[in-house]
Ligand binder design. Structure first.
Ligand SMILES: Cc1cc2nc3c(=O)[nH]c(=O)nc-3n(C[C@H](O)[C@H](O)[C@H](O)COP(=O)(O)O)c2cc1C
Ligand code: SF4
Ligand code: FES
Length: 586
């Protein structure tokens, strides 16, 4: 009889949610008893030997893709091949939502998973109700396929809410019919229509890279210094939410001794945000040219592209285009490696992303040291968001003034706002910085039929909530928005109406944070859970919630815990009546 790595009693499945997953199932594997067949199966599946520790998450993806789950037997085989303790593999795998761990004696999950988004923009369009309907239809025996319906956080498709994913393939405007059709006939894996390498080259794409590659060392140094001045003069700020000046960041990283590394943050998980999906699936080479320019200007030897697992069509097109780029000789020695996230919002936080690229759980690091000095593999690391890199080529070709001249008075530069919620036509609005929500609502065709503007999220889940009478606040970093205790973050604007109860909106956001907290620090791990339980009680204790919010903001390690309470503070400040309304609607 094969020896089991698990207790005989049948280990319960892991709890859903990152905090629960972090604790892992009871009786998790302690030793490592390897079945030779399992080791051979995994070796054949993974092919490449020796296996690299930092690629652990990629290996887990390959096994999950092949079998639809990660069995304890296979993980023991993998642990043996990688010469790692089984506990280390288990600890990493159990952190990520997209891995299904199956211990001995447990039934594997259904072969098919339909994820239905229940984050804010989709909840407002009936995402939660759709999930319940599908689950009810299934338990009533009306769906006989081997499928499960599970809730999912924002899929980066809030413009086509409610969104669902069949496997990881997007089903926009999901309803019972489209989901039944997806189960019956499958979801087409369409390649997006995008500007490929040849078309990009035809519009002088990579001309700057050609010039840099052809330059003598002296000319190269002069060119780099000129380009650095342009970038520093431009007011380009980090568009992943941090708002740090990009030119300054590039100079800081360039100032540390090499080898220097780079990581492109394509994890885009902030509810309401879908701009990076658009940029990568329409004009990927403009982003990649930003990477190549960084490699020359900062002196980067290797770059990792970290793309969320929810964007398989982008992962496929990047795989194809990176191969073409390599063939073209444009990379000039730069190595680029594509990495696939595994369903953890916290991995968008840069130090957590770095941990994930190193093949570990996505736990944010304490700072200092900052990742610019000691990031990936302890090397100086440049981290940039997809959209930030998108603008670099144009700025360097057209000059800092071209970029700075865009935008409203005092708010230079371009911004792409992801607008969703109660507008007639949700979508992206690329305009000058400092746009107001009134302008964005107008750009999106006005309010949706039957909805009266009541308030808005100025910056995704953690940026706070403002009332309609503050519709003229410039949506930019700092300024009036910061004075109001809010921030613009990734520029995700969710428009709310008289049909929305703001306390319920805030509760949905806190539920998101409770699910996505990595669990590393108590104020965030316990604070987000406690906040949800207080907010959903019959008479929410707002004084206690205020104290809890202060503690979370002051004592959490990273931005998730520090900002998670913003929405509830906003509702207590601007919409106190909605708190009692929510309780009485129960
Ligand atoms: C909880 C949390 C989630 C984040 N998620 C993302 C993300 O999905 N994408 C992103 O680019 N930046 C995200 N960031 C910001 C990154 O930590 C980092 O500042 C950014 O990628 C730097 O690139 P930029 O300077 O080009 O904006 C997040 C930050 C926090 C605190
Ligand atoms: S604040 Fe939350 S997400 Fe950030 S490190 Fe602490 S527990 Fe993890
Ligand atoms: S896709 Fe559902 S909220 Fe973003």
């Amino acid at each position: 009889m094969p020896e089991s790595v698990f207790p005989e009693d049948g280990t319960p499945p892991p709890e859903q949610g990152r905090q629960g997953k972090k604790r892992g199932p009871k009786g998790k594997p302690k030793g490592r008893m390897v079945q030779p067949e399992a080791r051979a199966t995994i070796a054949a599946l993974l092919g490449a030997v020796p296996l690299r520790r930092d690629r652990l998450i990629e290996y887990l993806h390959i096994i999950q893709d092949a079998y639809g789950h990660l069995s304890a037997t296979h993980l023991a085989g993998l642990a043996d091949l990688m010469k790692l303790p089984m506990a280390e593999i288990w600890e990493v795998a159990s952190f990520y939502d997209h891995f299904d761990l199956v211990s001995e004696g447990m039934a594997p999950p259904p072969t098919r998973t339909i994820r239905i988004c229940t984050s804010l923009s989709c909840m407002m369009q009936g995402g939660e109700a759709l999930l319940q309907k599908m689950q009810t239809m299934q338990s009533a025996g009306n769906i006989d396929a081997d499928v499960r319906f599970v809730p999912a956080p924002c899929l980066g498709a809030c413009d086509v809410a409610p969104a669902a994913a069949d496997g990881h393939h997007l089903v926009g405007y999901a309803n019972t019919d489209t989901l039944i059709r997806a189960i019956t006939t499958g979801t087409p894996h369409d390649e997006p229509e995008y500007i490929g390498l040849t078309a990009y080259r035809e519009t002088a794409g990579y001309a700057l890279i050609d010039a840099l590659n052809a330059a003598t060392p002296d000319t190269h140094a002069k060119m780099v210094s000129g380009l650095m001045s342009i970038l520093s003069d431009a007011t380009l700020k980090g568009l992943g939410g941090a708002g740090f000046p990009t030119g300054r960041k590039w100079s800081i990283v360039a100032g540390y001794n090499g080898p220097r590394l780079m990581a492109v943050n394509g994890d885009e998980g902030e509810p309401g945000t879908f701009k990076d999906r658009y940029y990568l699936s329409s004009d990927p080479h403009r982003v990649l040219e930003g990477v190549l320019l960084a490699s020359h200007m900062v002196g980067i030897s290797k770059c990792y592209l970290y793309i969320r697992d929810e964007y398989p069509e982008i992962i496929a097109l990047l795989t194809k285009e990176l191969a073409l780029l390599e063939e073209s000789g444009l990379l000039g020695g730069l190595e680029i490696e594509l990495r696939r996230g595994a369903g953890a919002y916290i991995c968008g936080e840069e130090s957590a992303m770095i941990e994930s690229i190193e093949g570990k759980r996505g736990l944010p690091r304490h700072r200092p040291p900052y990742v610019a000095e000691r990031g990936l593999f302890d090397r100086p690391t440049l981290v940039n968001n997809v959209e930030t890199l998108f603008w670099v080529r144009d700025i360097l070709e057209r000059g800092a003034d071209w970029y700075n001249d865009q935008g409203r008075e005092g708010h230079p530069g371009f911004r792409t706002y992801s607008v969703s919620g109660r507008v007639a036509q949700p979508g992206l609005v690329t305009t000058g910085a400092g746009a107001t929500v009134s302008e964005l609502i107008e750009a999106c065709g006005g309010m949706a039929d039957g909805h009266k503007f009541k308030g808005y999220l100025p910056g995704g889940a953690s940026g706070g909530i403002l009332p309609a009478h503050l519709a003229d606040v410039p949506l930019d970093f700092g300024g009036k928005l910061a004075e109001l205790g809010c921030f613009v973050g990734s520029h995700a604007i969710v428009v709310l109406s008289d049909k929305d109860n703001m306390w319920k909106v805030a509760t949905n956001l806190l539920q998101f944070f409770a699910h996505e907290s990595c669990g590393q620090c108590t104020p965030c791990r316990s604070g987000t859970e406690k906040a949800v339980s207080l907010m959903t009680s019959d008479t929410p204790d707002t004084a206690l919630l205020g104290e809890l919010a202060d503690t979370m903001a002051d004592a959490s390690i990273c931005g998730l815990g520090q900002a998670a309470s913003n929405p509830l503070i906003s509702v207590m400040t601007h919409f106190p009546g909605d708190i009692s309304d929510a309780a009485s609607e129960k």
